[in-house]
Design a protein around this ligand. Structure first.
Ligand code: NAD
Length: 443
């Protein structure tokens, strides 16, 4: 099949590459000319395990190519997947301008019966709006070309994106068009071969399914974080509670790990967007509001623990931070809890020495440049180097490389043997036996 992907970010690039890997011919389009130039030079815009190799082998076989011209790309296909960003507006609503701009451009250039697939996470009713925009453009051109707008939300996770895409739990297709459904069944057949993972439904149901799924996962995280806060106040260990709760097969262990709050480009904006949808529909979002509030609170929990020990004035104190990305396996710093913590520490007078195996470059963009030039924030290439003369280590992202650190090196380098473990990666008793003061989340 000949496919055009519009928006070559995390979702667009992974989607396009995986479809090319299955023998399709894919053109990925982006308005960011620099990104396209880099991709054409073999430079990957994002860190995603396994992606670089897959992009390069599919470019090599000419099944995958990149362009900044949608008009050009549209000449070669009648299947368009929209994967542009839907970031948060100041009022919490999803900002739909990128999706609508693409719809307008499709309407301007459409020349044969086509299927337009919304892969971006979009509010209920978006497919109708996209249809109206395309129809309007066609009318202005005096054309009557049939087209079908489908909702096909994406469920991949950064850090595991290729595996998720290649072996999806489910593929959701929201459409009432037989023409579109036939095309999408064909498109996804290589990914659903061993058993049927395709779930078809109405367009609006598909649009809401994506938000409901992300809101459910965010709810599990906020729930356990609240339980962890209760454990802190009662002086008991949330990790025992987590294991006891997760053992119930109706609940399970996934997404009930206490931590420093969820971040990334999806959960925070998607929870706010579904809150907006609820309010617009006249529903008071009692649960969703609480999920969001707990997450805001959670992002300052590590700072609270630090100031409980050191007081509110942190002048002269040095903090080592291990992990900056919002989760392991990615360099994505959008809404990363580490940003909230580092800003609080530096605004309270502290210096920060931080390390992330892949996100240092992205992290540097998140802070005032004078913090970096004045050495208030130092981004280092080695996790142990951050510990030099430090008053505490704060673990913010659970990269595997941090799981079993050299305690002797830590003891040599740190001024105070103190660990704030934002991801409950270490055994408190073991750390205490080895002379470290330890504070985790809810333990
Ligand atoms: N990142 C994830 O893990 C993930 C997972 C599932 C769903 N989603 C959803 O998928 C969508 C895309 O997310 P992302 O993380 O890939 O975003 P992203 O910001 O990484 O990429 C979006 C890309 O679209 C491009 N773009 C914007 N307007 C364009 C236009 N008119 N024509 C061509 N390109 C244009 C941007 O330049 C950018 O490169 C969002 O709605 C998001 O919520 C993301």
């Amino acid at each position: 099949m000949n496919i055009t992907i519009i928006g070559t970010g995390y979702v667009g690039l992974v989607t396009g590459t995986c479809f090319a890997e299955m023998g399709n011919t894919v053109v990925c389009v982006d308005i960011d000319q620099e990104k396209i130039d880099n991709l054409n030079k073999g430079i990957n815009p994002i860190y995603e395990p396994g992606l670089e190799e897959l992009v390069s082998s599919n470019v090599g076989t000419e099944r995958l190519s990149f362009t900044a011209s949608l008009q050009e790309a549209m000449k070669c296909s009648n299947l368009f997947l929209i994967a542009v960003g839907t970031p948060e507006s100041p009022n919490g609503e999803a900002n739909m301008e990128y999706v609508y701009n693409v719809a307008k451009e499709i309407g301007t250039n459409l020349d044969c019966e086509s299927v337009i697939v919304n892969k971006s996470t979009v509010p209920v009713g978006t497919a109708d709006k996209v249809s109206a925009i395309i129809k309007n453009e066609l009318e202005m051109r005096g054309e009557d070309i049939p087209f079908h707008v489908v909702s096909n939300p994406e469920f991949l996770k950064e850090g595991d994106a290729i595996r998720d895409f290649m072996r999806p739990d489910r593929v959701i297709i929201g459409t009432d068009s037989e023409y579109a459904l036939d095309m999408l069944k064909q498109l996804y057949s290589p990914f659903t071969m061993n058993h049927d993972r395709l779930i078809t439904m109405g367009v609006k149901e598909a649009e809401l399914t994506k938000y409901a799924a992300n809101a459910m996962l965010a709810t599990k995280i906020s729930f356990i974080n609240e339980i962890a806060h209760i454990c802190d106040e009662l002086g008991i260990d949330v990790e025992s509670v987590r294991k006891g709760v997760g053992a119930d097969s109706r609940i399970g262990y996934s997404f009930i790990y206490p931590g420093v709050g969820y971040g990334g480009s999806c959960f925070p904006k998607d929870v706010k967007s579904i809150i907006h949808t609820a309010i617009k529909a006249g529903v008071e979002p009692l649960v969703l509001d609480a999920v969001e509030k707990r997450n805001q609170r959670q992002k300052s929990r590590m700072f609270d623990h630090i100031t409980n020990k050191y007081g509110l004035d942190l002048t002269g104190k040095v903090f080592a931070i291990w992990g900056l990305a919002f989760k392991p396996g990615t360099d994505d710093m959008r809404e990363a809890p580490s940003v909230v913590l580092i800003k609080s520490l530096i605004n309270s007078g502290a210096r920060v020495q931080a390390f992330d195996p892949v996100a240092n470059e992205e992290a540097a963009k998140k802070f005032p440049q004078e913090w970096i030039s004045d050495n208030k924030l130092v981004l280092l290439d080695d996790n142990y180097a951050t510990l030099e003369n430090s008053d505490a280590l704060v673990l913010m992202t659970e990269w595997k490389m941090f799981r079993n650190p050299s305690l002797s090196k830590m003891k040599e380098l740190m001024k105070n043997l103190c660990i704030f473990d934002g991801r409950n990666q270490y055994d408190p008793e073991f750390m205490k036996k080895n002379g470290f003061e330890y504070k985790g989340i809810g333990r």
